[in-house]
Design a binder for this molecule. Structure first.
Ligand SMILES: Nc1ncnc2c1ncn2[C@@H]1O[C@H](COP(=O)(O)OP(=O)(O)O)[C@@H](O)[C@H]1O
Ligand SMILES: [Mg+2]
Length: 397
């Protein structure tokens, strides 16, 4: 079914068309608005509703033409159908020249509407509108609670937001012990629950109210403790699909309890960062989780992050690899003081510290970019990971 929006300052025209659309049953109407939108407002509206067809009232021809021009700029290939009360041949010609393919005159009749829909379906088939959505969805999975997953997720998301064009979303999906809101001293009114409950109604107005923004990082915290509340896999799938259209990257912080919705999150993720520490219980559970993910055909997305790694650790990274049967992708030093200071200040770890630098490195790898180095020589990219030695810490002084 074609997905459509109506933009018509002539509200009666918009309403009549909406009725016709409902009666015909061949087109799904995502949204109808009664004013012309421009620039980022129009872009946000299109991203939020992802239409294949825009029915555009041309009562004010100049403004309508600007919408047509910008639609072509933001979403090339998106079909525009002009609607109006009259039909002036010169105006029609002008519209066609600007890429408008169809025209419907009021009073609308079902036969011409269905004819237009058939032609539109054919065109959409041949040339679908392209919404650039991000595939940079990464999840952070603790081998065991307390290994430092939220710390890594938060700081990596902050580091990512410093180098991406659009904002980055960090969503806390640890429903029982979510700490992200606390770690950033946020006082969000809404949480992941409201986002999930409204997953069918999300739009460019609701979304900014749900998230808290700090510079280019948007955060959706876990919020209140509520044993009655749950999140369904389908809700999380819709949420991710919506957010993919707005953000450069999505970072999803999981509890490690392997809830159904968590499995859905990992299915949606390009990378799954399995976080562990060099301790027997954490490694035992990391191994179990890796096996479970491998059985779900997700093994090749997993990259192991070894947190609180110490050069004098009893268990060496090489032993960790042997135990897990997978290479350690990156190590993060044990820097209690730095982490504590960040927590007290309600912000990320100082970027200049060893730990801070590792978060920055990880963010470059996620984007498959080469981290800048002092010598100008780049490190290997993420995709080359499986063929390169582990990225280790620099030796302790
Ligand atoms: N690299 C690190 N060095 C020192 N302390 C850390 C480090 N990473 C995390 N921590 C601390 O470990 C504790 C658990 O971290 P958290 O991120 O909440 O873990 P998880 O999300 O896996 O349960 C917190 O007190 C945090 O400050
Ligand atoms: Mg956590």
């Amino acid at each position: 079914m074609l997905r459509a929006v109506i933009i018509s300052p002539d509200t009666e025209l918009g309403d009549r068309l909406a009725e016709l659309i409902a009666r015909a049953g061949r087109v799904g109407l995502a949204k109808s608005i009664d004013r012309y939108l421009v620039s980022h407002e129009l872009e946000r509206f299109l991203r939020a509703n992802a239409p294949q067809v825009v029915f555009l009232g041309i009562q004010n021809l100049g403004d309508a033409m600007e919408v047509v021009r910008q639609v072509e700029e933001f979403m090339p290939g998106l079909q525009v159908v002009a609607i109006d009360r009259g039909c002036d041949p010169a105006t029609l010609l002008d519209l066609m020249r600007n890429g408008v393919r169809e025209f419907l005159a009021y009073p609308f009749d079902m036969a011409s509407f269905m004819g237009a829909v058939e032609r539109l379906e054919e065109m959409v088939d041949k040339q679908p509108a392209v919404y650039d959505t991000t595939d940079m969805v990464v999840s952070f999975l603790p081998a065991k609670a307390g290994v430092g997953t939220s710390t890594i997720a938060l700081n990596t998301a902050i580091a990512l937001s410093r180098i991406t064009e659009r904002n980055v979303l960090l969503s806390d999906l640890d429903l029982n012990s979510g700490l992200i809101g606390f770690m950033l001293k946020l006082d969000n009114v809404y949480t992941i629950y409201e986002a999930a409950e409204n997953c069918d109604k999300l739009d460019e107005h609701i979304w900014p109210q749900l998230v808290a923004s700090q510079d280019k990082l948007d955060v959706l915290p876990a919020g209140r403790l509520d044993p009655q509340s749950r999140i369904e896999p389908v809700q999380i799938r819709k949420l991710i699909a919506f957010a993919r259209r707005f953000y450069s990257a999505l970072c999803l912080d999981l509890s490690g309890n392997m809830e159904k919705f968590s499995l859905e999150v990992m299915q949606e993720s390009k990378r799954i960062f399995l976080v562990c520490t060099p301790e027997i219980p954490s490694l035992h559970l990391a191994r179990q989780k890796f096996q479970l993910l491998s059985n779900m055909d997700l093994g090749d997305r997993v990259a192991v992050l070894l947190n609180r790694s110490q050069n004098r650790s009893i268990i060496t990274p090489a032993q960790v690899e042997q135990l897990l049967g997978v290479p350690v992708f990156m190590e993060f030093p044990n820097e209690y003081k730095g982490v504590h200071q960040a927590l007290t200040a309600g912000q990320g770890v100082e970027p200049a510290t060893e730990l801070g630098k590792q978060f920055a490195h990880l963010s470059y790898y996620i984007l498959d970019k080469t981290p800048p180095t002092k010598t100008g020589k780049g490190k290997k990219k993420f995709l080359e990971y499986f063929t390169v030695p582990r990225y280790t810490m620099s030796p302790q002084k």
